[in-house]
Each structure stands twice: as C-alpha cells, then as structure tokens.
Design a protein around this ligand. Structure first.
Ligand code: GLY
Length: 421
C-alpha cells in the first residue's frame, strides 16, 4: 500500500510511525512532513500548501497513492478530501460538508440539537454587534464565561475565565477579526477526548484520553493547542466509552447521514464528564493533538489497515481493535514564549535515541532547530500511569532547548487518584 500523509505536526509523526509499522505499507509519503517524519517517509516539502486541493491531488497522482490520510483540520475544512475523492483516491478524512462539525461551532450545535446530544447552551454573536448587545448577551451567561471564536483557531480561540472584562475583550477581538463569537454556559467535570472511527452510521471508538490545554502546571496560564495527554483514563466509569458512543457519536453520525452529509474519518468528541455523564464541549473533524500521540502508542492493530478500512467504506467489517494493556503519556516541550509569541530557531540537543515525536522542528544545516510553538512530544508507555509518567519525564531529561518549557503534572492527578466525577 502506498500512502500519502498530509500534515506536519507531532500528530502526523504519530500517524506516520503507526503506519510505518504496518507490513501492508510499501511506501509512505508525507506533505510536507517534518524532520521526524522524514526518518519514516519521503517528505514532499515543495508540494504546495496542504489546503491547496489541486496541489494535493497532483502529489497523490505523482506518488500513485492507494490511500491519502489527511491529518489537520485546515485542508479538511477547505475540501481537499472531496477533490481527492473526485480524482479517484481513497481518503481518510471527512468531506468539506462533514468537516463543518469542526469548521463551524454553530453548525455543530445545530447537529447536536437535532441529534439530541447533551451540550452547553450557546448563543452566537455576529460581527458588527454593538456594546449594548454584547452586554446583554454576557448578562445571560457566567461566570465562568466560555467565549469561543466560531472559526478554526487551532485550539487557541477559546477563553474560559471568571473575569467579565477579559471575556468581553476576547469577544471584541474575535468580532473585530470578522468572525462570529459563540458564548457558552460552562460545563463542569473533568474533560475527556474520545476519538471515533466513523463511516456513515458505523462508529468504532479508540481509547479515551485527556488533554492538558493550559500552558502551565495546575492549569494556570493561557489556553494552548495542548501541552500533554494520557490514555486511557483510569477514573472513568467502565461503561463510559460505550455511553459516549451511544449517547453522542452514533446519534451525530446518524444525523450527518440524515442530512445527506455522511461522515467518514475520525470524529473527535471533546466532552466534560459531569454528574449526568458526558456532555459535548466541542467536536473536531480529525485526530486530536497531542492525545493521538498517547492513544496510538497503545494500538497493536496495524494502523494503515484501520485507516484504509474507513476510507474504503469497510469499517463495519473491521475486526475489533487490539490494544496494548497499560497507559501512555505524552509531554509537550514548548518553545520560549509559547503560546503568545514562540521563539523559533533555537538549537535542540539530546533527542537521539529518545521516544520523541517532532511537532515544530526544522533543520538549519545539520542542526535541528525549533520551528514552531510546540516543538517536541516525548512519549512514555508503562503498565501503570506512574511508570508511563516516569518514562516520559526521564526521556525529557537531557533534551535541551534554551528557554523551552513543559508541564510537569501531566497525568499526575490521575496517577494519585485525585480525579473524581
Ligand atoms: N487536543 C486539542 C485538539 O486537538 O484540538
């Protein structure tokens, strides 16, 4: 099987690593890839922007791809999967119409309302709204105030705060940029990310994971794209995954079919697990980053075959997934100044031989340097969370990037049994 993987982050490095171990895979190509992916695949760095449908179709033709796997949301929301399917390629990733589940939070709310899925109450504020209507809308919410950019913001468009002025400032900034704002009631309870393979009404869950969105320990600091994750979640009730599938993902998948925009690819349900069980915080139309790096570290089933089954419409016939027992953890090493203004170009030392996935790296001559806010993900796997944590933090020890920072508390509360529901 010849595969073209679109994307360049640590999530794509994890996907490349998983697929490279699949004996069915004869060639792995990536566009554009990154220095870590380049150890596993042929990287086509000059193929063009990943949301340029014509360029991606041209590359898929050039490498004669049997399967195209699209990692990030931007090409999915831009409709690159439709152009590839129209050109005859098997694609892992939803259509442009189905990717609206992430591209428009208002669309996602509409789908959930029709599907009877529990989620936060929300109101949309359109660009051009005056201060009085902003005041009125905020008067109906919070604290906590949950203010979302109703567009693609790479996980950084959400502000959750008790401070009304900070909440309004974020709303004003989003509106000034020409995007609608979504105000939401706050959902209490620990967060769960559940990734499901979906084709039409067939839904196959992966392991549940938890993401750490705030920049600093104890959930301090600004929201980021994600500073670490672990899987599975020892504190979740035993029937939790099945409940999320039955109460959230299957109803949404069926509603997408009913609308004539069936879903095929990875549906990411971001949930809060409250007293009454799961309620949806958001949906994404692709694998989550960094949860994927932890989840796929435990998958024994060859990954390319799994993604290909979805792309070929054969998900219902896929044998049950096989998981390694135990836990996996990923810790993100972020550049100085991340998330506000990450410093790039810093030399990275000490990654050789380490269980590391590349997120934002590049080569400057022979030197590996930082090229993004989130630079590396280290991975730890173990029979229990304490071992997985110890292995991840041991791996991080000795990796040097001036000014970089990471969270030291990934999965710590779960390890100590301090997460209650
Ligand atoms: N883990 C957050 C995201 O992938 O959007």
């Amino acid at each position: 099987m010849r595969i073209l993987l679109i994307g360049s982050g640590a999530r794509e490095h994890a996907l490349a690593l998983g697929m490279s171990k699949d004996p069915q895979v004869t060639e792995l190509h990536a566009a554009p890839g990154n220095p870590g992916i380049a150890q596993l695949a042929t990287c086509h760095v000059d193929a063009g922007p990943v949301d340029d449908a014509e360029a991606m179709v041209a590359l898929a033709k050039k490498v004669d791809a049997d399967l195209v796997v699209i990692g990030p949301e931007i090409p999915l929301v831009a409709g690159v999967s439709d152009a590839l399917r129209d050109a005859g390629f098997a694609v892992f990733g939803p259509s442009k119409a189905a990717a609206q589940i992430e591209g428009s939070k208002a669309f996602a709310k509409d789908v959930m309302a029709a599907a009877g899925v529990r989620t936060a109450h929300a109101e949309s504020i359109q660009p051009g709204a005056d201060e009085a209507s902003l005041d009125e809308a905020f008067g109906r919410f919070g604290p906590n105030y949950v203010v979302k950019d109703d567009g693609l913001a790479g996980g950084k468009g959400v502000v959750v705060t008790r401070d009304l002025e900070q909440a309004k400032d974020h709303a004003r900034a989003v509106l000034a940029a020409g995007n609608p704002v979504l105000l939401e009631s706050f959902l209490d309870g620990p967060e769960v990310s559940l990734f499901c393979l979906v084709h039409d009404s067939t839904v196959v869950p992966l392991l549940p994971a938890q993401d750490y969105k705030r920049a600093f320990d104890q959930d301090e600091g600004p929201n980021t794209g994600g500073m670490g994750a672990y899987a599975p979640l020892p504190w979740l009730p035993e029937d939790a995954t099945q409940r999320i599938v039955d109460e959230v993902c299957v109803p949404v998948a069926k509603e997408m079919v009913r609308r004539g925009t069936p879903y095929s690819g990875l549906l990411y349900a971001g949930l809060a697990w409250g007293e009454d069980g799961p309620a949806v915080v958001e949906f994404n139309c692709r694998f989550g980053d960094p949860e994927t790096q932890a989840v796929l570290a435990l998958l024994n089933t060859p990954l390319a075959g799994v993604l290909s089954a979805v792309a070929q419409g054969q998900l219902a016939a896929l044998p049950p997934l096989d998981w390694q027992p135990g836990y996996a953890l990923t810790v993100v090493l972020a550049a100085e100044g991340y998330p506000e203004s990450p410093r790039t170009g810093g030399v990275i030392h000490g990654v050789e031989g380490k269980p590391v996935l590349h997120a934002g790296t590049a080569f400057d001559g022979q030197k590996l340097v930082s090229a993004g806010g989130r630079v590396l993900n280290v991975i730890g796997v173990g029979e229990d969370l304490a071992t997985a944590r110890a292995r991840a933090y041991e791996a991080l020890d000795g990796i040097a990037l001036e000014g970089s920072h990471f969270r030291s508390d990934i999965a710590l509360k779960a390890e100590r049994g301090e997460i209650g529901i």
